[in-house]
Design a protein around this ligand. Structure first.
Ligand code: NAD
Length: 260
């Protein structure tokens, strides 16, 4: 329980990887502020589960496309749990279309949720971290922080952007006990990915195994999905004192995707 007494704010943590981070940090004793959309009773159950683990947790439904709601979330976190020692900027959405057909509002939304929200959250969180002389900024990038795939222009741009933003934070606070890193997962087995399988089977006339191996994992040499637990374990490690010298890094957890 090496995170007892620490407070973590995790965006986009009502599902998937973000919820995995929340569970893994709570298991080490951190009090967690979760954020994201979803079913109210599911979210209440997650908060209760996290409270059972570490003693306290709370939820804020801020829409990360709105900077004023992000500022309110940071104030609420401060009042309810305390200023965060650990921030994980994780929320993300996707849209797939060629650049010349890419909907302008989708471009703006993806950049706002993945990239600009990380700026607003980090800006608000850094002063208290500097005061304490300890902090961890962990940003969820992607293999698409390092290489691109076609038809994902906004996502690729935002994910490359978050890597550059994270490096800048790392340099600015390098001597102040605060680290900033980007975790870059390959394809992760989440409910979202699982949910795409039946449709892809139907539209392409493929078996479940073919969809998994030849479509989803076509570029992931290990031919296995990354698990939520594997990604969350890296975030826990980055909070340890052993990781205090790791900063400004893009940490790949991608089954070899970007080795090609
Ligand atoms: P997910 O859809 O399960 O979770 C996304 C979270 O973001 C949810 O909690 C959702 O409510 C929240 N969110 C979306 N829009 C929001 C908004 N406007 N305001 C507040 N919250 C909002 O997806 P996931 O797969 O767990 O993805 C989490 C992160 O991991 C994303 O940044 C994603 O790009 C990244 N990632 C995912 C994979 C993968 O294969 N699943 C691979 C690499 C990177």
């Amino acid at each position: 329980m090496f995170l007892q007494g620490k407070i973590a704010l995790i965006t986009g943590s009502t599902s998937g990887i973000g919820l995995g981070y929340a569970r893994a940090l709570a298991a080490q004793g951190a009090h967690i502020m979760i954020n994201g959309f979803g079913d109210e009773s599911d979210i209440n159950a997650y908060v209760e589960e996290l409270k059972q683990q570490s003693g306290d947790a709370a939820y804020c439904g801020a829409d990360l496309t709105r900077p004023s709601e992000i500022r309110d979330m940071m104030s609420y976190c401060q009042e309810r749990l305390g200023a965060p020692d650990i921030v994980i900027n994780n929320a993300g959405i996707q849209n797939v279309a060629p650049v010349d057909e890419f909907p302008e509002e989708k471009w703006d939304e993806i950049i706002a949720i993945i990239l600009s929200s990380a700026f607003h959250v980090t800006k608000a969180a850094l002063p208290a971290m500097k005061e304490r002389g300890w902090g961890r900024i962990i940003n969820t990038g992607s293999m698409h922080s390092l290489v691109a795939s076609p038809y994902k222009s906004a996502y690729n741009a935002a994910k490359h952007g978050i890597s550059g933003f994270t490096k800048t934070i790392a340099l600015e606070v390098a001597e102040q006990g605060i680290t900033a890193n980007t975790i870059c997962p390959g394809y992760v087995w989440t409910p979202l990915v699982e949910g795409q399988i039946p449709d892809t089977m139907k539209t392409r006339g493929l078996t479940r195994d073919k969809v998994i191996n030849d479509v989803l994992l076509a570029n992931q040499p290990a031919k296995k999905f990354v698990t939520i637990e594997q990604v969350a374990a890296m975030a826990v490690y980055l909070c340890r004192e052993e990781a205090a010298i790791i900063t400004g890094s893009d940490i790949k957890i991608d089954g070899g995707w970007t080795a090609q």
